[in-house]
Design a protein around this ligand. Structure first.
Ligand code: ZN
Length: 392
């Protein structure tokens, strides 16, 4: 029990938006309704249960210390997980979040798992890796992707809906080529995460979408952020996506299996696999939120990492000028090398090792700068831990 007022939702209902897209809407007492929509052709995917509402609102309820009461039917096993291990995991990542009680108007056993197999498709390195493995014709039918999803769950920054639509249109030819439906799932879930970072909550946002499609989807793939060797819980207040392999089983039910995929390949292997492939020109890794951009910005950290990997592998030329442009990358390169060498992120360490193995010439200046960056980092860390000790 907590002191804050309960977070209470009504039984989800079905409506249509101004463009005729069917929506599942759950009214929220004292707040904006929570909704998810799909194009009319995919209405059969929408669920009649309220599992997606419970998954969507667990983190906001914990963040603000509010017990959660879900109207409608929640699958009994999911309700159990949301009251137990799912909260323990969230608490490990976000120690300031409170433990809460989750109840439902009605708890019921899971039904039969639908045949649909979905995966998010953003045009990023990781989503291509998952697609390459699970959309292939030699994959058993029970595992083969049947639906590609493009979710609007708050990932597109200030550009928001415009950027999301622009990216969707840009990627549609890949879906057409694969002969798979590309389903645009819109939602206002971001409104329900006030003052909560995107990367700190991303797994629950995407898992909520999959549950909202529980009328037709029985399995979903979520590309992991790195190899098995690098699987770990994120540091406190960190990126909860790193814990995907631990989180998704807790958000699954007998009727809907959520899986973390592609950990058999490192980020570098996933990137290099795109060279010479049929979809290289659709690669979109950039964090720049400008909906009018026509290529990847070629200077944000994600662009830099991808371009450098491709260049070390000898395949960057193929991506210029359709996917990347060379000038911004070359201008930032020396500074980026320094950041990379100072980083303690496994994917960054791996990239430096990859460069070393290929005899990459980093130059002397970045090494000096990296030493300075590292010294500054440790000075900050030791001041922080000193403050923590003094506060006790
Ligand atoms: Zn970029």
């Amino acid at each position: 029990m907590t002191d804050a007022p309960d977070l209470v939702t009504a039984r989800p209902r079905r409506t249509r938006d101004d463009e005729g897209n069917p929506r599942v809407v759950a009214d929220v007492e004292g707040g904006a309704p929570l909704w998810f929509s799909v194009p009319a052709a995919h209405e059969a995917l929408l669920t009649d249960r309220a599992d997606h509402v419970a998954v969507a609102l667990l983190l906001p309820a914990m963040r603000y210390g509010r017990d959660l009461h879900i109207g409608g039917v929640v699958t009994d096993s999911l309700l159990h997980r949301l009251n137990h291990d799912a909260q323990s995991l969230v608490h490990d990542v976000h120690p300031q979040y409170r433990r809460i009680t989750v109840t439902a108007e009605e708890a019921a056993p899971a039904g039969v798992a639908p045949a649909g197999v979905a995966t998010g498709f953003s045009g990023g390195v990781d989503s291509f890796a998952t697609l390459t493995e699970y959309a292939a014709s030699d994959v058993p039918t029970s595992l083969r992707v049947t639906h590609l999803l493009n979710n609007n769950v708050g990932a597109h920054g200030d550009g928001g809906r415009d950027l999301w639509r622009a990216r969707f249109d840009g990627l549609s030819p890949v879906a057409r080529d694969l002969g798979l439906p590309f389903v645009r799932v819109d939602s206002n879930i971001d409104e329900h995460y006030p003052l909560m970072g995107f990367m700190q909550t991303v797994t629950f946002r995407n898992a909520a979408v999959i549950h909202a499609l529980g009328g037709g989807i029985g399995r979903s793939y979520h590309a992991s952020e790195g190899t098995f060797r690098h699987l770990r819980m994120p540091p406190p207040h960190g990126d909860i996506g790193l814990a995907g392999a631990m989180t998704f089983p807790l958000l699954s039910t007998p009727a809907l299996t959520l899986e973390s995929t592609s950990s058999g390949m490192s980020r570098i292997e996933r990137t290099v696999a795109l060279i010479g492939g049929p979809y290289a020109r659709y690669l979109d890794v950039c964090v720049d939120a400008d909906p009018n951009r026509t290529t990847n910005c070629s200077h944000c950290w994600k662009c830099m990492r991808t371009m450098l990997t491709l260049e070390i592998a000898g395949g960057l030329d193929e991506f210029i000028p359709t996917v990347f442009v060379r000038e911004p990358y070359e201008r930032r390169r020396s500074q980026y090398y320094a950041e990379l060498m100072a980083s303690i992120e496994p994917n960054d360490i791996e990239l430096v090792e990859y460069g070393d193995r290929h005899g990459w010439r980093w130059g002397a200046v970045p090494r000096g700068r990296a030493t300075a960056l590292r010294a500054r980092h440790w000075a900050r860390e030791s001041t922080r831990s000193m403050r923590r000790r003094l506060r006790r």
